[in-house]
Design a protein. Structure first.
Length: 238
């Protein structure tokens, strides 16, 4: 799959209909080109921002609605354009994308569709711990998508079904964004506090933060750049 420049993707995010279509008239290759490592396409960017006329025009040109992308700070996991449109309440875009999007367990999990996830698992039980093939960065499962989407009931259901936590501990905990109910359920299911980054744990609610540090989260462990958490915490805006 060809890659696409960030500057071109920004045109779609801004809803620059004429500019994007002129670019595709000159060269149709960028229609389904994806950003390196994060998979975003013109359609994904337009759907994420609710640029309805551009979403409609890109779909009319045959844009692939199944190509998943992400901004790590927004979703963590790779999501299809439909998923980000629904998440961001871009209802017009979601209505256009829904009939063109293939149903899959990861999208259903990210959107908290408990019945749909159960249907997928009844048809294929191996999906419970199956890594998302499109993600070349992390080995993420439906549980990761449910956590990233913030769906406590679905997380509980997946854990009850035996979804694997071990080996995914640090990433799953960080994907909670510190939401207490999710953190507590992952810890109760065996997530190892010692794997958590201290710069993440320090921002948890009172009581939960202390639980993490008492259970093995190491404030002296080095993080990015080889420095311990205290260095990064002290450099934050006061």
């Amino acid at each position: 799959m060809p890659s696409i420049a960030d500057a071109t993707l920004k045109l779609a995010a801004k809803g620059e209909l004429d500019a994007v279509l002129a670019l595709l008239d000159r060269d149709p290759q960028p229609l389904d080109a994806q950003s390196g490592g994060h998979g975003r396409t013109l359609l994904w960017e337009a759907a994420n921002k609710g640029r309805l006329p551009l979403v409609e025009a890109l779909l009319a040109r045959g844009a692939d609605a199944d190509l998943a992308g992400r901004y790590r700070h927004e979703t963590f996991v790779l999501c299809k354009p439909l998923a980000v449109a629904v998440r961001n309440r871009k209802h017009g875009c979601a209505a256009l994308l829904a009939p063109r999007t293939t149903d899959d367990v990861y999208t259903a999990a990210f959107l908290g569709e408990l019945d749909a996830v159960r249907d997928h698992l009844e048809r294929d039980a191996s999906l419970l711990d199956a890594p998302q093939a499109a993600d070349s960065v992390w080995a993420v499962t439906p549980l990761h998508h449910a956590v990233a989407g913030g769906h406590v009931a679905l997380v509980e259901a997946l854990l009850a079904a035996g979804a694997r936590v071990a080996g995914h501990d640090a990433l799953l905990l960080e994907m909670t964004r510190g939401e207490r109910a999710l953190v507590e359920r992952l810890l109760d299911a065996g997530a190892d506090p010692a794997t958590a980054r201290a710069t993440w744990a320090v921002d948890l609610e009172d009581g939960l933060r202390e639980r993490l540090f008492a259970a093995g989260c190491d404030p002296d462990a080095t993080e990015w750049g080889g420095w311990p958490a205290l260095v990064y915490v002290c450099r934050r805006p006061r």
